[in-house]
Design a protein around this ligand. Structure first.
Ligand SMILES: [Ca+2]
Ligand SMILES: [Ca+2]
Length: 238
């Protein structure tokens, strides 16, 4: 059975305002954006022209199954403007029944899937500051982060509260603002940072990250994570 086709939709339409895409299972065509991150079997696409709704994310994962290439077999680079056509899916990392949230993706790996490069070397969309309250967060931190799913985000001057684990991840608290702080939602201002680098820094509790860290807001293992390949300067504790 062919999926329903949906034309003239944007990434924010696909993301919608809640956890599951209103286009789940539908085939969407010519979804445009700027490539912001490339992994071994997917890339991240963000619309540089956001809508006026902060509850809708402007970025999405494009699942390619193999190393990302255009339909003509050309390599894809960060900063490329591309259009993607494929089936909307909600990807859940980890084991079934893990209670993990899903990440919305366009699966272009099927027969009808397509990725077309429109131009290269475009500026990346501005990263949104997680620690500043320029976006009035929804009631809960989880909704705040969900509204930024897969988008470029940044933090400044964060403090490490959990040391680096074997996945190159550590946890920080943000210095300013407390996104979504509310009853029954503990520690919403703590955030996983994942350094995708062959030698991530071995950080200890109390270390202060210096300056601005820009990354993509990813999700796995039950947590939203700022994922970056840049090792931040660190001021060690004492
Ligand atoms: Ca939006
Ligand atoms: Ca989503």
């Amino acid at each position: 059975m062919l999926p329903v086709r949906a034309d003239r939709v944007t990434i924010s339409n696909i993301q919608g305002t809640s956890y599951v895409s209103p286009y789940l299972g539908q085939f969407v065509t010519d979804i445009e954006g700027i490539v912001t991150k490339i992994d071994s079997d997917r890339f991240y696409l963000q619309n540089p022209n956001p809508d006026d709704n902060i509850a809708t994310s402007e970025a999405i994962v494009v699942y390619t199954k193999e190393f990302p290439r255009t339909s003509l077999g050309e390599p894809i680079a960060i900063g490329d403007r591309v259009s993607a056509s494929g089936t909307v899916n909600e990807y859940i990392s980890g084991a079934e029944g893990s209670n993990n949230l899903s990440q919305t993706e366009i699966d272009v790996s099927g027969n009808d899937g397509a990725v077309v490069k429109l131009s290269g070397n475009n500026p990346l969309p501005d990263a949104i500051a997680l620690s500043k309250s320029d976006r009035t967060p929804p009631d809960r931190a989880i909704d705040f982060y969900e509204s930024l799913e897969s988008m470029r985000v940044k933090i400044e001057d964060a403090t490490v509260i959990n040391p680096t684990n074997r996945y190159g991840e550590f946890i920080v608290v943000l210095q300013e603002g407390k996104p979504g702080l509310s009853e029954g939602d503990l520690n919403p201002d703590r955030l996983f940072v994942k350094i995708e680098n062959s030698s991530p820094p071995k950080l200890q509790v109390g270390d202060r990250l210096q300056g601005t860290i820009v990354g993509i807001l990813g999700y796995d293992g039950g947590n939203y994570k700022l994922v970056t390949d840049t090792v931040p300067p660190v001021k060690p504790t004492s």
